[in-house]
Write a protein that binds this ligand. Structure first.
Ligand code: ZN
Length: 285
């Protein structure tokens, strides 16, 4: 059975790091381990063999002239970039489209899947709809002898804020911005994201996951359950984030199918490719 979450008062709980969306905060053995895996993002250049997109697609891009690949309008926002409908399953959340500081998702539950740690910390939670599909996905993977493990899900605005502040103090704000999301800019606040790993990579959040059978299974099958690998290796200049084979975002089966079929990330779907944020650090490091 899933456990329901009481959001109030949860912000003090530990939340994992390691994902580029939170960065390498220190504190806690659990967190230190995950944070160390974050450094593996430097390996991005190795083994890159992603398709470059065939000429047909390139021709289409030229015709679209910067407009949305799918012809979809980007989400409505307030002047400050806050989403008007932050609870939308297909919400675009990045450095330009933010979740409001007071947004807390409803129906947060702990999915009944494997975690590499005990207890009921905030990071085990997801929105119920996403949790249900995560359970289905993990169960189907297990049928195929693919053992997945959930590592880090929901993260409150306050939690993200303190993580970014810690990173900025450590590395400076500009540097921290390359690997860590500011509060309101992390998909983890939506309750629709889960970082997923496997025993084969020590449950760490590492780009090595993409080379494992578990990582490959996720890339090929996650859309069947409404999830997408949100930050693919060949889209870093569009998403503004380094390759994160572990970061799964629930968007619903329809949109996940569309994105998978067309090899789009959400920014392409909405025609909102980030221009100034293309420096995600991987080329500098
Ligand atoms: Zn993540």
């Amino acid at each position: 059975m899933k456990k329901w979450m009481i959001v109030a008062g949860m912000s003090g709980l530990l939340v994992s790091t390691g994902c580029a969306n939170n960065g390498n905060e220190e504190s806690g053995a659990d967190e230190a381990e995950e944070a160390s895996s974050d450094a593996s993002g430097k390996n991005n250049g190795e083994g890159q063999e992603e398709t470059e997109g065939d000429t047909e697609e390139n021709a289409e891009e030229a015709e679209n002239d910067g407009r949305s690949e799918a012809g979809e309008d980007p989400p409505e926002t307030e002047e400050n970039g806050d989403l008007e409908n932050p609870s939308a399953i297909d919400a675009l959340i990045n450095r330009e489209y933010h979740l409001p500081s007071d947004y807390e998702p409803e129906n947060l539950v702990i999915p009944d899947v494997a975690f590499p740690f005990e207890g009921e910390p905030q990071k085990k939670y997801m929105r119920e709809k996403a949790a249900d599909q995560l359970e289905n996905m993990f169960a189907e993977a297990q049928e195929e002898d693919i053992e997945l493990s959930a590592v880090s899900g929901y993260r409150s605005y306050d939690r993200q804020e303190s993580i970014f502040a810690a990173n900025a103090e450590e590395d400076g704000e500009e540097e921290a911005n390359k690997y860590s999301a500011r509060a309101g800019e992390s998909e983890h606040q939506s309750g629709l994201a889960m970082d997923v790993s496997a025993a084969s990579v020590g449950y760490s959040l590492t780009t090595d996951l993409g080379e494992t059978e578990e990582g490959e299974w996720l890339e090929e099958n996650a859309h069947e359950y409404g999830f997408v690998v949100r930050y693919p290796e060949d889209k870093t200049d569009i998403t503004g984030y380094q390759y994160e084979p572990w970061h799964l975002r629930y968007v619903g089966k329809d949109l996940a199918g569309t994105l998978h079929e067309n090899d789009w990330v959400m920014e392409e779907y909405y025609g909102e490719e980030l221009e100034e944020e293309s420096s995600n650090g991987e080329e500098d490091k």
